[in-house]
Design a protein around this ligand. Structure first.
Ligand code: GTR
Length: 415
């Protein structure tokens, strides 16, 4: 079936839930005019800080990648939280009636020893696997709200109201399962609440009980903490025989799209990386200052990034990195960046350019990038190891986006 037909189906099922309002800050202080984008020079991903050229994939892996990763850790997202000893899992299995026999659900609690040795929950996630799979399956992992399943099966459990991403209805979930993928969705509510006052009340309180306030200089912010949580979910997936843990794509939308990119940068076990409408601090180039800016994001969400990132408020040109190098940290694994045309706040063109300027790193590995140098037409997926599309419509993760991601995953994970 073509994508167009799928789009029509998607509309008919009326599943896609936009979270446009969450991301729209219609405010005269922000630039939405391409003519007013300042002149800027991007750091060269293939130039070491000491000026040496990166001339081989070996040198990228041994020298430049670690250098960039450290710069993003110390200047943008914060250092990786430490992983405690003695992690165990508690898994409860159920067969959701609303998946019409297609899916098996596991609720996984990741536990670590508390003060007096008793296990305490660090995080929890839901895993839905295709029920009749004959062999371990690839999976998508992210902070994704599998709303119908959670709501129907856990009537007593409140839905995180700020997750924003909804696997839009059972039709999509069925499609994902029918195409042979599992889905793992981390719940940030208690793990690392998306709240500037409360973000420490979960795992950060457990790991660093004497700290408080906004993240200090290189301390992990919420994005780094969520990304770390996705790695802990992946640790579990490595133990689950239903999953082929070498074939797990990390995916996310908006703030969860920023998280997916950072999770993929930090943890090379993720085989594929997908960022949907991730915007500022995600795929969008900071130096363009189009839509949301570094100063704005650090002011409204002071808990997302490390303290040092605030030095770049209204000072983007002094960043030692830009977000094309975050996209490049996925290399040589396939990476997909997507935008929505009415999502100016996230700077679709800046997202595209970050994907484009990640290409030289893929070339170093002999891999193809986008294959185009201008924004492609609407609703058309381009690219080889770097994928991209710009969808008609608003800020959202829709069925339509998912169908491109499924195709991209089929191409790269199912050879
Ligand atoms: C907005 C924020 C964006 C984006 C969005 C979302 O308010 O400014 O960076 O992450 O939220 O997560 O929906």
């Amino acid at each position: 079936m073509t994508h167009v037909l799928w789009l029509v189906c998607g509309l008919l099922f009326c599943c896609a839930l936009s979270i446009g309002t969450e991301a729209e800050a219609a405010d005269g202080d922000f630039n939405y005019d391409e003519a007013k984008v300042p002149q800027y020079t991007l750091p060269d991903p293939l130039k070491m800080q000491d000026g040496r050229a990166v001339t081989s994939s070996e040198m990228w892996k041994a020298e430049r990648r670690p250098e960039l990763l450290n710069l993003f850790r110390s200047q943008v997202y914060g250092q990786r939280p430490k992983t405690p000893e003695g992690i165990t899992y508690e898994v409860s299995e159920s067969t959701p009636a609303d998946l019409i026999g297609k899916g098996l659900r596991k609720d996984v609690r990741v536990l670590a020893p508390g003060k007096s040795g008793e296990p305490v929950e660090l995080l929890n996630f839901v895993l839905i696997t295709p029920k009749d799979a004959k062999q371990p399956v690839p999976a998508f992992a992210g902070i994704l709200l599998i709303e119908p399943t959670l709501k129907d099966l856990n009537p007593g459990r409140p839905l995180p109201d700020d997750v924003g991403v909804k696997l839009p209805g059972m039709k999509l979930l069925e499609t994902i399962l029918d195409r042979g993928y599992a889905v793992a969705s981390l719940d940030p509510t208690n793990f690392c609440p998306d709240d500037k006052e409360k973000h420490r009340e979960g795992v950060l309180e457990y790991l660093y009980p004497h700290r408080s306030g906004d993240p200090a200089a290189e301390e992990p912010g919420a994005i780094a903490t969520w990304a770390w949580g996705l790695s802990r979910a992946l640790d579990y997936l490595e133990t689950d025989r239903a999953i082929d843990a070498g074939l797990v794509a990390v995916i996310g939308h908006s703030r969860r799209g920023k998280t997916a990119l950072w999770a993929g940068a930090e943890d090379e076990r993720f085989a594929l990386v997908i960022s949907n409408d991730s915007g500022c601090g995600g795929a969008a180039l900071s130096r363009r200052k189009f839509g949301e800016t570094v100063a704005r994001i650090n002011t409204v969400f002071p808990h997302w990034f490390c303290g040092n990132f605030k030095h770049y408020n209204d000072n983007e040109d002094s960043l030692p990195i830009d977000q094309h190098e975050l996209v490049a940290l996925s290399a040589p694994r396939p990476v997909y960046v997507a935008s929505a045309v009415d999502d100016g706040w996230a700077d679709p063109k800046g997202e595209f350019l970050a994907a484009l300027h990640a290409e030289p790193v893929y070339k170093l590995f002999g891999l193809g990038g986008l294959g185009v140098s201008e924004l492609p037409e609407l609703n058309k997926s381009v690219g080889d190891h770097v994928g991209y599309h710009i969808r008609a419509g608003k800020h959202a993760l829709t069925d339509y986006d998912w169908l491109f991601y499924l195709d991209f995953a089929d191409k790269h994970l199912k050879q």
